[in-house]
Design a protein. Structure first.
Length: 434
């Protein structure tokens, strides 16, 4: 083994003797941004060691069952490599495990969450003591984190498995019919069968349900898709029900997830209705008319200006904005406005407009602005850029009406963004060789 004295640590130790402003902490940061810190004057030396080969505790799933008292029990085997001194083990939903995009992040989580270290191999271990309820027909992951002889966390080993399906009473399902599909709305009628004690519904753009499950599953604790549909639906339907979804995108494929349950509230097979909104617009020139409306507000709550953007019947969708004329004259031009409005923005759900937009922009009294809009027809061709200059009245002419909800900033788009922290799992697992 090769032993090296870390010159950087020696240098910091030397500097700390001469100046209080010199560094007095050493921070080691891994690639997942996890770190461990040390007080420099407590360090003797920093050395490097070499450990050959994999350091892992390879885990294999054997079986899952319920005990007589309805507790969950997993049987598995764990085999350490030659250089593995010990390991930690944890079980979680596959959704939670998949949320960690790197092995380093997953290793850090296991190391923080589990205290027990096992220093033996297991050929037929029983894992019990779970602090969560396993759900039927749901995927879970057994994970081990191996440690070398120096107590350093190394490789993660993983075994995925799926719990058995629940004993469903009957065959609960829901039939559906598409009653109407306009460019911006869909209407479905859903009819449960006699075995269906209730059902939950939720609409997604095609392919987005799985994406949202991966995003929100760890945050909300969804173990499977049925959990998410149940939560997002917000209501349990028990009889024939007709539902209309509005504010949709023309010429777009949607999936309506229908989750039936039996008399014991167990999930039946998911029903997915594949539907498409109607096409909007034509092959002609797509144009937008801009109309300047009321001005109002006050100095305390702010001033606002209504601007209405009205598309013609050839328009598939359009985009609009308003901008301070002085800012436009100084920093913008028509070419930049066109580039800005014609650029897609998938993060902004309000960027594309499909019907008349009565916009309430923030504004200042006695100031000049320019409203812009541009539309695209059903063939994907852009129409002419609409432009309307206007000057707001003086403050004395503004009615003292409070701004309405949804006041929009000049030339600023609202972006949807979010962070989904993972829910921590408690300790308490036991691994016992049988």
């Amino acid at each position: 083994m090769k032993k090296l004295l870390l010159m950087f640590a020696v240098m910091m130790l030397s500097l700390s003797a001469f100046s209080q402003s010199s560094p007095n902490r050493m921070i080691v940061i891994d690639k997942a941004r996890g770190y461990k810190g040390f007080v420099i004057n407590r360090l003797d030396s920093v050395i490097f060691r070499s450990v050959e080969g994999r350091v892992a505790a390879d885990v294999q799933f054997i079986s899952y069952e319920k005990t007589d008292d309805n507790a969950s029990k997993i049987k598995c085997s764990v085999t350490r490599t030659d250089n593995c001194h010990g390991f930690k083990v944890i079980c979680m939903s596959k959704t939670n495990a998949d949320a960690y995009t790197s092995e380093i992040a997953l290793a850090n989580y296991i190391d923080r969450s589990v205290s027990q270290i096992y220093t033996q191999d297991f050929t037929n271990a029983e894992m019990t003591g779970f602090d969560f309820e396993f759900q039927a027909n749901t995927s879970y992951s057994i994970l081990t984190l191996a440690f070398d002889e120096y107590g350093i966390p190394c490789d993660v080993s993983r075994a995925d498995f799926t719990t058995p399906s629940a004993s469903i009473v009957g065959n609960p399902t829901v039939a559906w019919t598409l009653d109407n599909a306009s460019p911006t709305s869909l209407t479905l009628t859903m009819t449960p069968n006699a075995d269906c004690a209730g059902y939950y519904i939720c609409l997604f753009k095609e392919g987005e349900a799985e994406q949202q499950f991966a995003q929100w599953g760890p945050f909300f604790g969804f173990a499977n898709m049925g959990d998410m549909i149940k939560r997002f639906s917000g209501k349990k339907y028990t009889d024939l029900h007709t539902n209309e979804w509005t504010g949709l995108v023309p010429s777009t494929n949607y999936e309506i997830y229908i989750q039936p349950v039996d008399i014991n509230d167990e999930y039946g097979s998911m029903v997915i209705a594949n539907v498409t909104t109607a096409t909007q617009g034509g092959d002609g020139i797509a144009e937008v008319t801009i109309t300047i409306g009321d001005f109002g507000g006050d100095a305390t709550n702010g001033y606002w200006q209504y601007v209405t953007y009205t598309p013609n019947d050839q328009t598939a969708f359009f985009r609009d904005m308003t901008i301070d004329k002085a800012v436009y004259d100084e920093e913008w031009n028509e070419e930049k406005i066109l580039e800005y409005l014609q650029k897609d923005d998938d993060m902004n759900p309000y960027w594309n407009r499909y019907s008349e937009d009565v916009a309430q922009w923030n504004a200042e009294p006695n100031k000049s602005y320019i409203a812009f809009a541009i539309a695209q027809n059903a063939k994907g061709e852009w129409g002419p850029l609409a432009r309307k200059e206007y000057t707001t009245p003086s403050a004395a002419q503004a009615p003292g009406k409070l701004p309405a909800v949804g006041l929009r900033m000049n030339n600023v788009k609202e972006n949807a963004a979010g962070v989904s922290p993972l829910k921590s799992l408690k300790k308490g697992l036991q691994l016992i060789e049988k």
